[in-house]
Design a protein around this ligand. Structure first.
Ligand SMILES: CC(C)(COP(=O)(O)OP(=O)(O)OC[C@H]1O[C@@H](n2cnc3c(N)ncnc32)[C@H](O)[C@@H]1OP(=O)(O)O)[C@@H](O)C(=O)NCCC(=O)NCCS
Length: 423
């Protein structure tokens, strides 16, 4: 089965980088995978990552995820570490043995705001699927691959829109499932990786019907408007909010509709496979003023409402918040924002229960969100977890020409670091 992506089928970068990076295997090269090699990467890693899917369903899902708006036309790049001098076996290229290590990268629109007032639109590459097959492990291949990748991504051409001037690559990110050290040693600095977890089962004293009238269920068709308004809010927020001492730059992966659609393509595929149904409710919206409109008007910043966009995790039976939009809190709106957050917590619990899930997760919650969860579920019933092993949000910063004053991680604030950024 060939993946249905439209990325180039032959490698465009096929020589080792000229920079003097000190890798264990300097003779190896990292290059974009050919179409058969992409499929071989899935063959190699399926036993680890197919989860509740059969092997064939896993291949279909990966191909499906590679052909979304976010990923088609060069938005996803599959990488393989290979020995260019390795003799070709008679069966070559039908066997995947020549793939020493593999991974994929997804292009995301991002912003960098600097303490001197500058704002720069950039892209980041989100790295996922880092994998070495068992027979090749422990030989330094993954480390070599990551060292080459970190270096090559900085100048990797953005091929998604050839009509526009390509944006600079501002940084790359990954979410480590093997703790903080491995990727830190090769340049990706771990950042805040916490989440709040609360149960779907609410205390009997909480009445879902008391908030139901205010809450609007978010449908797929409304995501574009909500995300555009949210991105406008974020763009203003990261420039206008005072910088903490020592912070030189802020970065954010924008929660655009294409990113949400990619997560939802994943949940819909797995939902259909596991339950025969795809979730249609993509989140919940609550007004905080009498005049708030749903969906919010184009050009507004969503300051009169709060909403959550979520995704369903059928393997773990959890509802995951992809993005929680909370307007800036002032003394005038604090009570209304808190009430809206409580209503969103109740709406999430209802959705989670409807699918028979037990738990709801929100990444890097702020104090007001934690307060809202606590006041709905009770002090004893939620956990604030600082992850040490799984999904460690890690970032490699790429300085501009002539830049260099921004130091990772102390001088860089990764804002709105929520589940939507994961890949
Ligand atoms: C993790 C993985 C990619 C490492 O590949 P590899 O080619 O064997 O890695 P290298 O030989 O370059 O480096 C080995 C290092 O990885 C570390 N490592 C391997 N598996 C690890 C794990 N589960 N947790 C923490 N560290 C791990 C080793 O301790 C070693 O560190 P050291 O060099 O400081 O002693 C490989 O074990 C794998 O594919 N695992 C299954 C998929 C996976 O977990 N991928 C990572 C997702 S974030």
């Amino acid at each position: 089965m060939a993946p249905s992506t439209t990325s180039p089928s032959s490698p465009t970068v096929n020589s080792a980088p000229s920079s003097p990076i000190d890798v264990k295997h300097p003779h190896l090269i990292l290059r974009p995978a050919t179409i058969p090699e992409r499929h071989y990467s899935w063959v190699i890693n399926n036993s680890s990552w197919r989860g509740v899917l059969s092997e064939n369903a896993y291949y279909l899902r990966e191909a499906h995820l590679s052909s979304q708006d976010l990923t088609r036309n060069g938005g996803i790049v599959f990488w393989v570490l290979v020995d260019p001098a390795a003799p070709c076996k008679p069966s070559c290229p039908q066997t995947p043995d020549h793939i020493l290590s593999a991974c994929e990268t997804i292009r995301k629109p991002c912003l960098i705001a600097r303490s001197n007032g500058e704002v720069e639109d950039v892209i980041s590459w989100g790295i996922g699927g880092v994998y070495t097959s068992e027979q090749h492990r422990g030989k330094g291949y993954a480390r070599t691959m990551m060292q080459l990748l970190g270096h090559q991504l900085k100048d990797f051409p953005d091929q998604t829109d050839t009509k526009k001037t390509p944006l600079r690559v501002g940084f790359s990110v990954l979410y480590s499932d093997i703790g903080k050290q491995f990727y830190k040693k090769v340049g990706w600095q771990p950042h805040e990786s916490s989440h709040i977890s609360f149960p779907s089962q609410l205390p009997s004293s909480v009445s879902a019907s008391s908030v139901a009238a205010k809450v609007k269920k978010i449908a797929k068709g409304d995501l574009k408007a909500l995300c555009a308004v949210d991105c406008a809010h974020i763009r203003r927020y990261i420039t206008k909010t005072p910088f903490k001492p020592g912070i030189k730059a802020r970065c954010v992966q924008l929660p655009v509709a294409e990113v949400m659609d990619w997560h939802h393509a994943r949940e819909e595929f797995i939902g259909e496979y596991v339950t025969g149904k795809a979730p249609t409710v993509k989140g919940a919206w609550v007004p905080i003023t009498q005049t708030a409109e749903y969906p919010p008007r184009e050009g507004s910043e969503g300051l009169d409402s709060a909403w959550v966009i979520w995704t369903h995790d059928f393997a773990e039976k959890k509802l995951l918040f992809l993005r929680l939009h909370v307007p800036p809190v002032t003394s005038a709106n604090k009570d209304a924002v808190s009430a809206a957050l409580r209503a969103l917590v109740v709406a999430a619990a209802e959705e989670s229960q409807a699918w028979g899930f037990n738990e709801i997760i929100s990444w890097n919650p702020d104090d007001l969100t934690e307060e809202a969860v606590k006041s709905v579920v009770g002090e004893e019933s939620y956990d604030l977890v600082h992850r040490e092993k799984d999904s460690i949000a890690s970032l490699m910063w790429y300085h501009r020409e002539g830049g260099g004053e921004e130091v990772e991680p102390e001088g860089i604030e990764w804002m709105f670091n929520e589940k939507s950024g994961w890949c």
